[in-house]
Design a protein around this ligand. Structure first.
Ligand code: MN
Ligand code: MN
Length: 464
């Protein structure tokens, strides 16, 4: 018979589990590598480019005969695979994460000049709280494709010697009407215009009057630096993101603050899990796959989102090269996946929005979410109990702390992930990733202990 202590579930936190000097050091080494990654990768295409570089450096390439393949599509989605000992007919292990994050995009015809400044019109991307993006330093990350087909990458505002950009907020003295408005109405998107310049282009001797001299000056500077002109912006994607690197937060450096941790934390940990396996040299039992998707924040649509066929095409190609007699459906139905994504942590300042018993706590390890969806589990994948039992078993055996949660109170919470699109194939899938505070804000907060525990969890998943 179980003792009283054994009957009740009282899990240890990641801090309690990883308490040794060595573990704490490994925790911070991982945190440093991760902070570098998110400081550098602030868009899906920067993330995919860096991920591809890391994978190729680790021996992944184009040749299926090598058993280690990486491929990308449109520079915004990536698939990598490491062939296992067992046939694909027995299924693969898949980690799926997304590389896009909420941000403020330039409109296609962005530039104008008014009231002594040149500005860019924007259209925000994803579920952001608009007010958080006013009066903070912004950097521009993007790429411009010229008529010739030449792609010009553009990053401005990250180096110390570069200027940054900003959306000016209203002064409190004139905000008396605004502060009485509903939050959803107080910050219209058409006021999210980014200041690009202020100094007019100087007239030279025989110039006639210059129309829009400040805008002209901005165009001149863009031309000098990047060789682009206004029409080129039609075939461009330029994103304003929070400027500057990720930082430790707290006297104890136990948390990480930075932009785009949803979901680049899982991208990074998935990458490391796959690469470290490759470094060992041994062939894994089951084939290991990593997919990095785009467009998760706006509904997983399009050629590079989770609803696209890219992932399926990649699996088809694996079969053609490695196991032509096996049907796609057989592989999909036998596979196991982690929809690697972050979870909203129990917020000390908004406790009333959470239901404590089923909340994720910072520092308690990666959070499993059996179902997402909202108000009655609508639009949720719902992980099967047998799959959760298997995950419990492998993580407990490996001594990895984990927790299980829902996002907020039933009538209040809601959200979706890519899990349901993988569920459509019949494979086992569950959401899992670190929890965070201030999700979708310009400065999201995670726990270094959770990141370490999640890293362990992803590796254990790949190995089993
Ligand atoms: Mn996410
Ligand atoms: Mn998100």
């Amino acid at each position: 018979m179980n003792t009283k202590k054994e009957l009740e579930h009282s899990p240890k936190t990641a801090w309690e589990v990883y308490a040794s000097q060595e573990e704490r050091q490994a925790m911070h080494e991982l945190a440093e590598r991760y902070m570098q990654f998110i400081s550098h990768c602030k868009t899906e295409w920067e993330t995919v480019a860096e991920a591809e570089k890391m994978l190729r450096n680790a021996g992944f390439g184009d040749d299926y005969a090598s058993g280690m393949v990486v491929r990308t599509f449109k520079g915004k989605t990536l698939f990598a695979v490491r062939r296992g000992r067992r046939p694909l007919a027995e299924g693969f292990r898949l980690i799926a994460a997304h590389a896009d994050s909420p941000r403020v995009d330039f409109k296609q015809h962005p530039l104008y000049e008014d009231a002594a400044v040149a500005q860019a019109k924007t259209h925000y991307y994803g579920g952001l709280r608009k007010y958080q993006w006013f009066s903070i330093p912004l950097a521009l990350h993007g790429h411009v494709v010229k008529e010739s087909g030449e792609t010009i990458p553009l990053v401005l505002g990250e180096r110390d010697d570069e200027p940054v950009f900003a959306i000016a907020d209203l002064l409190p003295h004139l905000a008396q009407k605004q502060v009485t408005q509903k939050l959803s109405e107080a910050f219209p998107a058409e006021k999210m215009n980014i200041i690009l310049g202020h100094q007019p282009l100087d007239k030279t001797g025989n110039d006639e009057e210059i129309k829009n001299p400040i805008k002209q000056h901005v165009l001149r500077l863009l031309d000098e630096r990047f060789g682009i002109r206004e029409e080129d912006l039609y075939s461009a994607e330029i994103h304003a993101v929070p400027a500057g690197p990720a930082r430790y937060v707290g006297l104890d450096k136990a948390m990480i603050g930075g932009y785009g941790q949803d979901d680049r934390v899982c991208v990074f940990l998935g990458l490391e899990a796959l690469i470290e396996q490759a470094g060992v040299g041994g062939v894994p039992e089951y084939t290991q796959c990593l997919i990095i998707w785009d467009k998760e924040e706006i509904g997983s649509e399009g050629a590079t989102g989770a609803k696209s066929r890219f992932f399926e095409y990649c699996v088809e190609d694996m079969l053609v090269h490695w196991e032509p007699a096996t049907r796609l459906s057989k592989v999909m139905l036998a596979s196991k996946a982690i929809s690697a994504d972050v979870h909203g942590a129990f917020d000390p300042d908004y406790q009333d929005l959470h239901e404590k018993l089923n909340s994720a706590f910072l520092g308690s390890g990666p959070t499993f979410t059996k179902f997402t969806g909202s108000r009655g589990k609508y639009e949720a994948n719902d992980a099967h109990p047998a799959y959760i039992a298997w995950l419990r078993q492998i993580l407990n055996k490996a001594g990895v702390p984990w927790q299980m949660a829902e996002l907020g109170k039933v009538d209040l919470g809601g959200g979706g992930t890519v899990a349901m699109y993988l569920g459509n194939y019949g494979m086992d899938v569950i959401d899992c990733g670190p929890s965070m505070l201030a999700m979708h804000s310009p400065f999201e907060l995670t726990s270094v202990a959770d990141i370490y525990a999640s890293s362990r969890a992803f590796k254990v998943f790949f190995e089993n």
